[in-house]
Design a protein around this ligand. Structure first.
Ligand code: ZN
Length: 277
């Protein structure tokens, strides 16, 4: 599943190819994905210029003067920039065709499992941050509002395990299963610790670890960026070398104790009982 770093790398990869370009056409090959496509969407976009791209959590935002296209990659979706004329295959559901110097380029959305989304938010409906899908989201982990102080303050009334509190996404977005396990390892915090029992100093370390883990994933993804924009590029989800994630029973890279796997809220958590207290 694409996580925040993949979405950010996708945004950075496609941005230079679509920002400032006018939309020639929008081709929708189905009625919708997770939700129906908005009626009249192609008409709303044709001839309009893409002002900028953005991201909120795992939502990619394509801003126009009159509104914002909200794209979610679901479980299996990805975007590629292609030259025109490449036939769509079975799972290629959406093409955003933009003007290019002397021609066109195609931003193609492929989504085999069809849990993705393409939605429209018109400016006249209010601030994009107030969209139903966005307004409950926590702060951006790589943004200025995120800090150990925020984690500490927001967790005082939460006695659930810190991993589940982080993954709920209403304090901070984008700390998915992989990055949550890795960040807690890096901060030396046992994922089962009740969130309201963790000190301010340890939350400072955790916030720092979350920033580092996500930033490193983005840098690593950036090195595979070419895959996003090539004709033959595959999904572009990147494999990193993890400290604990998906390493059950394997010696911890720091202390050598076997990495333990447990279930928390139906999700697998990986951690080191020696390094994480
Ligand atoms: Zn260890």
């Amino acid at each position: 599943m694409p996580e925040l770093p993949e979405v950010e790398v996708t945004r950075r990869g496609v941005a230079p190819h679509i920002e400032g370009r006018a939309v020639r056409d929008l081709v929708l090959r189905r009625e919708g994905l997770r939700w129906p496509f908005p009626p009249g969407l192609a008409d709303a976009l044709r001839g309009r210029t893409i002002a900028a791209t953005g991201r909120r959590g795992k939502y990619l935002l394509i801003h126009f003067e009159h509104g914002t296209l909200i794209v979610h990659l679901g479980m299996s979706g990805h975007l590629r920039v292609l030259p025109p004329g490449i036939p769509a295959e079975k799972h290629d559901h959406v093409d955003l065709v933009v003007e290019d110097t002397g021609g066109q380029q195609v931003l193609r959305m492929t989504d085999p499992r069809r849990f993705g989304a393409v939605l429209w938010h018109a400016n006249e409906d209010g601030d994009i941050e107030e969209h139903a899908l966005l307004r409950g989201l926590g702060v951006e982990p790589l943004g200025p509002e995120f800090s150990g102080e925020l984690l500490y303050r927001e967790s005082r009334s939460r006695g659930a395990a810190v991993k589940q509190v982080l993954m709920a996404g209403d304090i901070v977005v984008g700390v998915g299963n992989i990055y949550c396990s890795e960040s807690l390892f890096r901060a030396g915090i046992n994922p089962r610790t009740p969130a309201n029992r963790i000190s301010r100093a340890r939350y400072d370390r955790l916030a720092q670890a979350i920033r580092e883990v996500l930033a490193e994933a983005i840098v690593q993804g950036g090195s595979t960026l070419r895959d996003f924009i090539s004709v033959n590029g595959q999904s572009g989800y990147f494999q990193q070398s993890y400290f604990v994630y998906d390493r059950a029973g394997v010696p911890c890279r720091v202390c050598g104790a076997p990495v333990r796997q447990i279930k928390q809220g139906q999700r697998s958590t990986f951690y080191c009982v020696t390094c994480q207290k």
